[in-house]
Write a protein that binds this ligand. Structure first.
Ligand SMILES: Cc1cc2nc3c(=O)[nH]c(=O)nc-3n(C[C@H](O)[C@H](O)[C@H](O)COP(=O)(O)O)c2cc1C
Length: 420
């Protein structure tokens, strides 16, 4: 972090006092820090405290004539390597999501093309409010990096997610972003430069496609999954530098480049391939695994019985790959992500699935035939995490994969190192 320039924006929340410690820690690591304090922030901590710790002037006013003679708000952004908003209030997140620029902090945030990291902090109800979650979804789609919030006791006496992540963890996230040069400029969110490899050294295990469960040598049970989403995720993970194992059911897609592909037919084979690929840092179960298989696979082609208009096929339950991977234990990947394809009560069912299976995140998508999601190139997902539900806009499966993997890289960078 030596010599790096951090522009820290401090919003009006109780957690503003923790940002004094953040400045101290960044300075200790050799970074220079400039602080913009919102007028709300100045109700909690003084500009003087930040000036003393940062050894720089603290900026508060958009219309400060001396600074604006040099277009101060542009200069502040230009002279930074990274912009950090901590605490990021609900208000600042809303302004950022909507492109408002009515004070120095929000104007700089709209004018910057630098990587931006936000550390939200607010009351649990403000955090869980649909408007805040919608804004978060927009910001993540805009490639704003998010660290936290943590769950715990709050200053207002309530308990839940909303506490600002501790300064040490924010410093770690900053280090990861600076070290990995993780984000492409926000103006060109789809581009990832060669040096942007935030997942390098990580093993990402991805399942993709349908499974085929044989009934007899010529017939099988399957579904309409094309594997487009899982394969796009594998490509996106490889683009971020990960070592990728893609366990794929039968698909007609080419193997993604730079990815180890293991081809399987059945759910049992997929589970065996997944277990053989462990350990992994991150697992993403995008395959549409058949829940059921024929209880007794016939060794020969089944004949149509004469004068019988109905027949019964006995089914057996298939293994649950997502639950198996998410089970607590030494082999559990640190981040386990499942997919939930539903045709009704999408959010309710997907939220229940997250809890039931023990997954960290669930990517929920509506696969009602009219949506074209199953087999098509477009998707519209809801990301369900411990913090709540994010509604993402409709986009191509490639774009969704790039955004989800950028999000995974952020989350992984913010995690504490695994115990050896
Ligand atoms: C005592 C007190 C504590 C507050 N804490 C928070 C908080 O933790 N997070 C938040 O988003 N807003 C909090 N607010 C509300 C913000 O201060 C308010 O929305 C303000 O307009 C934010 O301004 P800013 O986003 O420009 O900093 C608090 C307000 C008060 C009076």
């Amino acid at each position: 972090m030596q010599g790096k320039r951090i522009l820290l924006i401090v919003g009006g929340g109780i957690a503003a006092y923790k940002s004094l410690d953040l400045v101290r820690r960044l300075k200790e690591r050799g970074a220079s820090v400039r602080v913009i304090l919102t007028s709300g922030g100045a109700e909690f901590v003084t500009p003087l405290s930040f000036s003393v710790l940062s050894e720089e002037k603290t900026f508060t006013d958009l219309f400060d004539l001396k600074d604006e003679a040099e277009i101060g708000h542009i200069r502040l952004s230009r002279e930074a390597d990274l912009v950090v908003v901590a605490p990021a209030t609900a208000d600042l997140l809303a302004k950022m999501a909507h492109g408002l620029a009515d004070d120095l902090a929000s104007t700089v945030l709209l004018a910057t093309d630098k990587t931006v990291l936000v550390a939200p902090a607010m009351n649990v109800r403000m955090w869980q409010h649909a408007a805040t979650q919608r804004n978060l979804g927009t910001l993540r789609a805009d490639r704003i990096h998010v660290v936290g919030p943590d769950e715990g006791e709050m200053a207002c006496g309530e308990y839940g997610p909303g506490r600002m992540t501790e300064p040490a963890a924010i410093v770690e996230a900053i280090g990861a972003l600076l070290g990995a040069k993780a984000a492409a400029p926000r103006a060109t969110p789809r581009l990832v430069s060669d040096s942007a490899k935030p997942l390098s050294g990580r093993h990402v295990l991805i399942t993709s496609g349908p499974t085929q469960e044989p009934i007899d040598p010529v017939r099988y049970i399957a579904n309409r999954s094309s594997g487009k989403q899982g394969h796009a995720l594998a490509k996106a993970a490889a683009a971020l530098g990960a070592e990728v194992t893609l366990v794929s059911g039968p698909v007609t897609l080419p193997d993604p480049q730079g990815v180890r592909v293991v081809k399987v037919d059945t759910a049992h084979e997929m589970l065996a391939a997944v277990e053989a690929a462990l350990p992994a840092d991150i697992a993403i179960c995008a395959a549409a695994v058949a829940d059921w298989r024929a209880a007794d696979e016939a060794p020969h082609k089944l004949k149509k019985p004469r004068q019988v208009s109905e027949a019964t096929l006995k089914l057996s339950l298939n293994p649950d790959i997502l639950s198996t991977l998410a089970k607590k234990g030494p082999k559990r990947p640190r981040l386990v992500i499942g997919f939930a394809a539903e045709t009704e009560d999408l959010i309710e069912n997907a939220t229940a699935k997250r809890a039931r299976k023990g997954a960290d995140w669930i990517v929920a998508n509506d696969v009602w035939p009219g949506t074209g999601a199953m087999g098509g190139d477009q998707t519209q997902i809801h990301l369900i995490t411990a913090q709540g539900v994010e509604d993402w806009p409709a986009m191509s499966k490639d774009e969704m994969a790039a955004r989800l993997l950028a999000r995974v890289a952020d989350a992984f960078a913010a995690m504490r190192p695994a115990a050896e």
